[in-house]
Design a protein around this ligand. Structure first.
Ligand SMILES: *Cc1c(COP(=O)(O)O)cnc(C)c1O
Length: 392
């Protein structure tokens, strides 16, 4: 009921609003992706790479100390333990296999925090394909280690100096590149955003997260569903993967954490679902942060991975249908949550994931309630921000 329809829409969100020159590419992909993903050959190669290369299944860890503090039974889905440090690798492996199947010989990608860029550069090294990654100049500066990793992996990083010099601008440049090379190039998008079929393709590739969760909960709790799932949303791919197999299961409550920045009403925020109005961004109809004239507003979050003025159409629909509850978490709340899990559980989280953790103090739980939280990535890339905060 909440999955994509035959025309590529989630309710009235989604679709494919693209320049004519890309119509052929998108149409090819739309006609190919399901057949590839469901083929025996793809499934075998994909699941072997997820297991032996990415390190799946990721553990489902019962966080005893946080559970005691918040009065529920909290499990963390440990995407932070994947190769390259986040859930992004699940999608990058899947898309490069699809690209290869379609005979594409060149890969492009956009990246914000650099996690998707590193994951893409990694699979391009693995598959011996040339790779260009577009990244806003501001993000190049604040995520320099990831830039160096991508270069070491053999990718070319192209800094983007238009607009706010962040993810939105990098995405514009990647689309521009794709328009110039529609025949040989595959654009690996890093989240459940962009024109149909990307949101559905990425959600399916990330759905390994909830598939594993069902089995792991069955083993640990004797039932395959949690009562509540919490995940952060930038574009929404870790959340989409974590809820995919529970979308139509009304026993499972969904809570999405979006980036409040300096406060939802401060003018410095990336809380797209709260602040956005319907519009079109990067090929999809969704909620967009925009001014009265429909110009896209510059978002702000301390977390580069959540600093995006749109949201995947799936999540726009879940929020507007009341299926998901959306809670903004401010920079300071995310930072406090990051230090808390570090000291209580010995896990240093990515700043994005810290936004999901920042929901815990805002909720009240029943003590036998089973809560799973998607810990989307590890904090190595954010150490300098976390250390600055901790020394204050
Ligand atoms: C990219 C990223 C996110 C945000 O992207 P989604 O598509 O919303 O999942 C969240 N956490 C981490 C660790 C990331 O790298």
């Amino acid at each position: 009921m909440y999955k994509v329809d035959n025309n590529g829409f989630y309710g009235h969100f989604g679709g494919a609003y693209i320049p004519e020159i890309l119509f052929g590419c998108i149409d090819d992909l739309r006609n190919t992706y399901l057949e590839v993903i469901e083929s025996e050959a793809f499934r075998k190669e994909y699941s072997e790479l997820l297991r032996d290369y990415a390190g799946r299944p990721s553990p489902l860890y019962h966080a005893g100390n946080l559970s005691r503090k918040y009065g529920c039974k909290l499990y963390l889905k440990r995407e932070d333990l994947n190769h390259t440090g986040s859930h992004k690798i699940n999608n990058a492996i899947g898309q490069i296999l699809i690209a290869r199947h379609m005979g594409k010989t060149r890969i492009i990608a956009e990246t914000g925090a650099g996690q998707h860029g590193v994951a893409t550069a990694t699979v391009c090294a693995l598959m011996n394909m040339p790779c260009v990654v577009y990244m806003g100049q501001t993000d190049v500066e604040r995520q320099l280690v990831n830039v160096r990793k991508m270069q070491m992996l053999g990718a070319e990083v192209r800094p983007v100096t238009s607009g706010n010099k962040t993810l939105k601008d990098a995405t514009n440049e990647a689309i521009r590149d794709w328009c110039c090379h529609p025949n040989d190039t595959f654009y690996i998008i890093g989240s459940v955003v962009g024109p149909h079929p990307y949101p559905d393709m990425v959600a399916r590739l990330q759905s390994v997260i909830s598939r594993e969760m069902m089995q792991q909960l069955e083993e640990k709790e004797g039932r395959s569903h949690p009562d509540l799932i919490i995940a952060c949303v930038g574009g929404g791919s870790n959340a989409a993967g974590g809820i995919y197999h529970y979308l139509d299961d009304s026993r499972v409550q969904i809570v999405l954490a979006e980036a409040g920045g300096l406060g939802v009403d401060s003018g410095q925020s990336a809380a797209t679902i709260r602040l956005g109005r319907e519009g079109i961004i990067h090929g999809a109809r969704t909620l967009v942060m925009q001014n009265g004239d429909g110009q896209i507003l510059e978002p702000y979050s301390i977390s580069a991975g959540l600093d995006y003025p749109g949201i995947g159409p799936l999540h726009a629909q879940l929020a507007s249908a009341g299926r998901a509850t959306v809670i903004p978490v401010d920079d300071s709340e995310a930072l406090a949550a990051a230090i808390e899990i570090t000291q209580l559980e010995g896990i240093i989280p990515a700043l994005e994931s810290a936004h999901a953790l920042g929901v815990l103090p805002k909720m009240s739980f029943e003590h036998d309630q089973i809560v799973t939280l998607i810990l989307s990535g590890r904090g190595d890339k954010d150490l300098s921000v976390l250390m600055d905060y901790n020394s204050k």
